[in-house]
Write a protein that binds this ligand. Structure first.
Ligand SMILES: [Zn+2]
Ligand SMILES: [Zn+2]
Length: 195
């Protein structure tokens, strides 16, 4: 049985703090995100209540970035994700996912189930299409969006990542985030596992 993804107008957590509204362009190829029917991922890194990093990356650029990851890393990440998806639903189990909302998606870490209020640092990610956020409950096969990954799990993921992958990611970050406003340079390292 498959659960069809829903779409909702992009809620505030997946809007740009810097732009004070929706993300408008891909950080990499700068394509128009709001009008081009290209899915894109919004990623934020939050410390306390403060987003310290944000970006929107289109599907094509995400695929391009992932293709630079080592095969080993991709395998390990896939295993990690499969395990995470198999986790029993956390504190607020929903019936068959019918009632899954974007709020559910970011209420707790998708990997370990730690509630957001207990996370000092975490990563948020969601897949958007034009002006909408896609809401997809965790399923056996598919991915879930939006989701939250806690700092502990992020650290675990960091350990799965090969040198080659790390270098590819660091290059990407240097290229795009060499001190633009809204990005805290001493913010903790994190890794983009699902972009
Ligand atoms: Zn792009
Ligand atoms: Zn976690």
């Amino acid at each position: 049985m498959s659960i069809d993804p829903q779409q909702v107008p992009i809620p505030q957590p997946f809007q740009s703090i810097y732009l004070e509204g929706l993300f408008t362009h891909c950080v990499d190829c700068e394509c128009d995100l709001l009008d081009s029917n290209v899915p894109y991922t919004v990623v934020k890194h939050v410390v306390g209540q403060e987003p310290v990093f944000e970006m929107a990356l289109c599907l094509e650029c995400a695929a391009n970035l992932r293709s630079q990851y080592s095969v080993e890393t991709q395998q390990r990440l896939n295993e990690f994700l499969e395990q995470a998806q198999r986790r029993e639903p956390g504190p607020a189990p929903d019936d068959q996912g019918d009632d899954f909302t974007w709020e559910d998606g970011i209420a707790a870490c998708f990997s370990c189930g730690k509630p957001r209020k207990d996370c000092r640092r975490y990563e948020l990610a969601g897949v958007c299409l034009n002006q909408d956020l896609i809401v997809q409950a965790p399923t056996d096969l598919g991915f879930t969006t939006p989701f939250l990954l806690c700092d502990d799990c992020n650290e675990q993921v960091s350990k799965l990542i090969s040198r080659q992958t790390r270098d590819a990611w660091d290059r990407f970050m240097e290229e795009h985030f060499d001190g633009p406003p809204g990005v805290e340079l001493d913010s903790p390292r994190f890794d983009p596992i699902l972009i």
